[in-house]
Write a protein that binds this ligand. Structure first.
Ligand SMILES: Cc1cc2nc3c(=O)[nH]c(=O)nc-3n(C[C@H](O)[C@H](O)[C@H](O)COP(=O)(O)O)c2cc1C
Length: 378
């Protein structure tokens, strides 16, 4: 299996020296009637891509952001969690909601329910390897059963008048990489875009994503293909787009704590140059606004817990952040969190006008750091 070489000609820095790399002219993706502003998509991440985070990523340059998955089991729709996941108040179009399950009829009902709640695109999860999901033959476990895949896609596409998209892995395991077959089923079932994470179900999150399977699928089907897996830097986006010829990229972990990476990528693809690191003052304002949004969305008790995770991602790698994060975990109220964030950013602004990572930003959320989402682990 070939992997894309990371050895690219050195690009210029943001001071404006001539760039050695050429621009990547990509066209914005269209999903059914929805013309996205570009080809950068935020990956669905349970416990991360809630409405505040999706909104923020869209504001900071993402063309689309897929929601956390919503269970297809209607018994759960009344739960606080599912109601929150189906809340799209004020969200920028297009609103894409992911559903998960294994029963065609239940998934069709879930699709209808979410369209009634405002979904403009329904995404079906056949990419999640979490045991809790796979043990009930949902998520990526479905890839094992192609006839069932076909029944699910037909039922969901037939149930709603909005575009349906599908997210898969490259297959069940290395001996069963059936992404191409599933892609053909998807295209013939009326699926309008296909996201592929370049790992098999058995890989979990280990090893490196491979892009050959994504390139092979792209060469075969006509619906938009969205490449996913280990895409962490603007250079990587360019490489993956060029290598796979995919129509778009989907970014998950690298966007945690860095919602502004989407504008950095857009700029790099358009100009071949890097934007300067963001100003400390700007990111302070972005983080505080994000925190208020989380508190409003979840309420104080849950909001403070959810916020801790995001604060930790925003500050990882910044000077003095380990001690700051340690202190943050002791704080129990919104007011305390905001005060601590204000104090920390005041210190940071004393070190320079722009964010300075002690670690390389592109390597911050590198895959081996990421575990299966705690919320999904069995
Ligand atoms: C915390 C977390 C939660 C995730 N939840 C989902 C999910 O709900 N649905 C899904 O299809 N994939 C889920 N994924 C997988 C991501 O969408 C994505 O495919 C994977 O992280 C690889 O992309 P990345 O390398 O850019 O992170 C999740 C991943 C993470 C890290």
């Amino acid at each position: 299996m070939r992997h894309i070489s990371l050895c690219m000609p050195r690009d210029c820095d943001y001071n404006g020296a001539l760039s050695l790399v050429t621009h990547t002219r990509t066209s914005p993706v269209r999903i059914g009637p929805h013309q996205l502003k570009n080809n950068l998509v935020v990956a669905p991440m349970a416990g991360v891509t809630d409405r505040p985070f999706r909104q923020l990523c869209k504001t900071m340059g993402a063309g689309m952001a897929v929601s956390e998955m919503v269970a297809s089991n209607s018994l759960l729709w009344g739960s606080e969690k599912t109601k929150r996941r189906a809340n799209h108040d004020g969200e920028v179009d297009p609103i894409s909601v992911q559903i998960a399950g294994a029963d065609p009829q239940m998934l069709a009902d879930a699709a209808r329910y979410n369209v009634d709640q405002g979904a403009q695109i329904i995404d079906i999860n056949m990419g999640c390897p979490a045991k809790k999901i796979c043990n009930v033959m949902a998520g990526s476990a479905l890839l094992k059963d192609e006839p069932l895949v076909a029944r699910i896609l037909k039922a969901v596409v037939g149930a709603v008048g909005v575009p349906v998209t599908l997210k898969i892995r490259t297959g069940w395991d290395r001996d069963h990489r059936n992404a191409l077959m599933v892609a053909r089923i998807a295209e013939s079932s009326g699926i309008q875009a296909l996201a592929i994470h370049g790992r098999t179900r058995a890989c979990g999150y280990s090893g490196e994503a491979e892009y050959d399977t994504i390139a092979a699928v792209k060469a075969e089907i006509r619906i938009p293909v969205i490449a996913n897996g280990d895409i962490t830097t603007p250079e990587r986006v360019k490489q993956v787009l060029e290598y796979t010829k995919a129509d778009a990229v989907m970014i998950g972990r690298a966007a945690q704590g860095r919602p502004w990476m989407f504008r950095e990528i857009s700029h790099f693809l358009e100009t071949g140059r890097h934007l300067p690191p963001p100003a400390v003052g700007e990111i302070h304002r972005v983080l505080v606004a994000h925190l208020h949004d989380l508190y409003d969305f979840y309420g104080e008790l849950t909001g403070v817990r959810v916020a801790r995770k995001h604060i930790s991602w925003y500050t990882k790698g910044l000077a003095g952040s380990a001690a700051f994060r340690h202190g943050m975990n002791q704080l129990q109220t919104c007011a305390e969190q905001i005060r601590a964030v204000d104090d920390y950013f005041a210190e940071l602004s004393g070190l320079g006008e722009r964010l300075i990572y002690v670690e390389e930003p592109g390597m911050m959320n590198k895959p081996e750091r990421m575990e299966e989402p705690a919320e999904l682990a069995a």
